[in-house]
Design a protein around this ligand. Structure first.
Ligand code: ADP
Ligand code: MG
Length: 545
């Protein structure tokens, strides 16, 4: 038996590791299982190049829970380690890594950094009072047992293990007893290991073993798009979000230059803003779950999409500041934006009907994207749609800015030669104004969703020759072609008196009263307010811009 001190200057590394990782204790399982997956993959690689000639056998990973003994064991049938390798990879390297870790991050509150420094294995001590490691190398070497109780001392000796591979036995500590609960472990496995490439079986000593692995080793995104049917994509969506409504459509990402990226992004059905759920995109690195906080990697406006992105170029343990500074992340972000714009354009061009049917659900993404992303704005201006609002609550055809321009330009230009887009924010309440506008041959479109006020104010500077005017605003003032008033049956004096009476009742001097006579006109009196004044009031009411 060999006894020795773990070579590290820092007196006791564990309190520091524990402190740093406090918020994310469950990560130990991801770390240990990724090591098991790595070990299995390495063996497969060796077999592939002919270096390993033996029988691979069943390369499953097992996670065994023994509540009575208070242990959780992670076993693999991978390459294993000899005593020398344990000494090199577990005793030494990890601790030098730990030192760098401590130096660099002392005093910072940055969790989730372990694997970065080759400390993954040591995350076991977050939840264990004692860790045992049994390993037998694929090469001809005696099996080894290693044990450590979280102090800088370890014990290493030969052991009788006959099967190739590694078992890590965690003696779960008092504070971490939750990890002796079957449901808790299943939960963590479901979160981190769902799509790992090696089958993982969960065995609870107290119940009948599962006959199926907890993971799907062949998730849709790693396959070629040509191998997948629409049903396969739908099924995979269901696997990701069992309770979600079927998605509208999807984009299969597959890039290998200048960075590696695969994934599937789904457009969910969103009608109401309360249905929006951000953080529904999961980030993987070689099928290992990393995070569902995809900020920076996915453009802000596409955070509403669902799905999976997998890139080995995004390191497993990433910190926020790291992501922001990473050149690949910026490139990935741009690529995704372009792919999404291309896909939308493709549907718009090839299947206009489907596009219009889905518009209600995608409008939010498109508008948000046009507001926040200049590149997307350029592309999306071609397929952004506005639906015509007709009198009586009816809806008319959809217009792009271009077709609206063609049809409305003749009548709807302002003094500066800009196209005036007339819109309604409430087709029911503003119906009489819509009727009025329709009677004059104007085209009114619906811009009645929550995002539209910002959309309108952001598009005006971008669509340089466009001015938006709400249908109940003082339209005629904005148009060159002033409509002549209909004949009034009132005398000028009567009109002035009436205007005065109305004026006294109105709270706002910017509201304008127009008397249109009591002839055949359905609107004897029209009360309007300047567009800009109204917008300012609306903004103030909404709590400022
Ligand atoms: P990292 O995985 O980042 O290298 P870890 O602390 O997780 O850091 O592991 C350190 C090293 O220990 C690994 O690189 C590997 O060489 C070895 N190792 C850990 N677990 C296993 C295992 N289950 N089978 C074989 N080798 C392992
Ligand atoms: Mg590791």
């Amino acid at each position: 038996m060999q006894k020795g001190a773990i070579r590290v200057q820092t007196e006791n590394i564990f309190p520091i590791i524990k402190k740093f990782l406090y918020s994310d204790h469950e990560i130990f399982l991801r770390e240990l299982i990724s090591n098991a997956v790595d070990a299995t993959r390495k063996l497969k690689t060796l077999a592939g190049v002919g270096e390993f000639k033996g029988d691979l056998g069943d390369l499953r990973i097992e996670v065994r829970l023994d509540t009575e003994a208070g242990t959780l064991t992670i076993s693999d049938r991978g390459i294993g380690m000899s005593a020398d390798e344990v000494d090199k990879y577990i005793n030494q390297v990890a601790f030098s890594g730990a030192e760098a870790f401590v130096k660099q991050y002392k005093g910072q509150d940055e969790a989730n950094m372990i694997g970065h420094f080759g400390l993954g294995f040591y995350s076991a001590f977050m939840v264990s009072s004692r860790v045992e490691l049994f390993s037998k190398s694929w090469q001809d070497a005696p099996a080894v047992r290693w044990e450590c109780d979280g102090s800088p001392e370890f014990v290493m000796e030969e052991t009788a293990k006959t099967e190739r591979g590694t078992d890590i036995v965690l003696h779960i500590n008092e504070e971490s007893r939750e990890f002796l609960e079957s449901a808790r472990i299943r939960g963590v496995l479901g979160k981190f290991c769902r799509f790992l490439p090696v089958p993982i079986y969960f065995v609870d000593k107290e119940s009948k073993p599962d006959d199926k692995p907890v993971n799907n080793t062949q998730p849709a995104w790693i396959k070629k798009p040509s191998e997948l049917t629409p049903q396969d994509y739908q099924d995979f969506y269901r696997e990701l979000y069992p309770f979600g409504e079927p998605p509208l459509f999807w984009i299969h990402l597959n890039v290998d230059y200048p960075f590696n990226l695969t994934g599937i992004l789904y457009f969910p059905k969103i009608k109401h803003s309360y249905e929006i759920q951000k953080d529904r995109i999961q980030l993987y690195s070689n099928q290992v779950f990393v995070t569902d906080e995809v900020k920076d990697i996915v453009p802000e406006f596409l955070m509403l999409l669902h799905g999976v992105i997998d890139s080995p170029d995004i390191p497993l343990n990433v910190s926020r500041s790291y992501l922001q500074g990473d050149p690949n992340v910026k490139k990935i972000n741009n690529h995704i934006t372009k792919k999404v714009a291309d896909k939308l354009e493709e549907i718009f061009k090839n299947d206009r009907k489907a596009f219009e049917e889905k518009w209600e659900h995608i409008a939010l993404f498109v508008k948000y994207g046009m507001i926040t992303d200049d590149k997307f704005f350029e592309k999306a201006s071609k397929f952004h749609l506005m639906q015509e609002a007709l009198p009586g609550g009816k809806t008319g055809p959809f217009h792009t800015l271009e077709t609206y321009r063609q049809e409305a330009e003749a009548l709807q230009k302002n003094k500066d030669g800009k196209l005036v887009v007339l819109y309604t924010t409430d087709p029911v309440q503003q119906d009489s104004y819509i009727s009025d506008a329709a009677a004059k041959g104007y085209k009114v479109v619906k811009l009645d969703t929550l995002i539209d006020p910002s959309f309108i104010s952001q598009m005006e500077p971008k669509w340089e020759d466009v001015q938006f005017t709400r249908v109940d605003a003082d339209i005629t003032d904005n148009l060159i072609d002033k409509q002549e008033k209909s004949e009034s049956v009132l005398s000028q004096g009567q009109e002035n008196t009436l205007k005065e009476i109305f004026g006294l009742q109105l709270p706002d001097p910017h509201i304008k009263v127009e008397l249109k006579g009591l002839s055949a006109d359905a609107q004897p009196v029209v009360v309007t307010r300047g567009e800009m004044m109204r917008r300012m009031k609306d903004m103030a009411a909404a709590g400022g811009p």
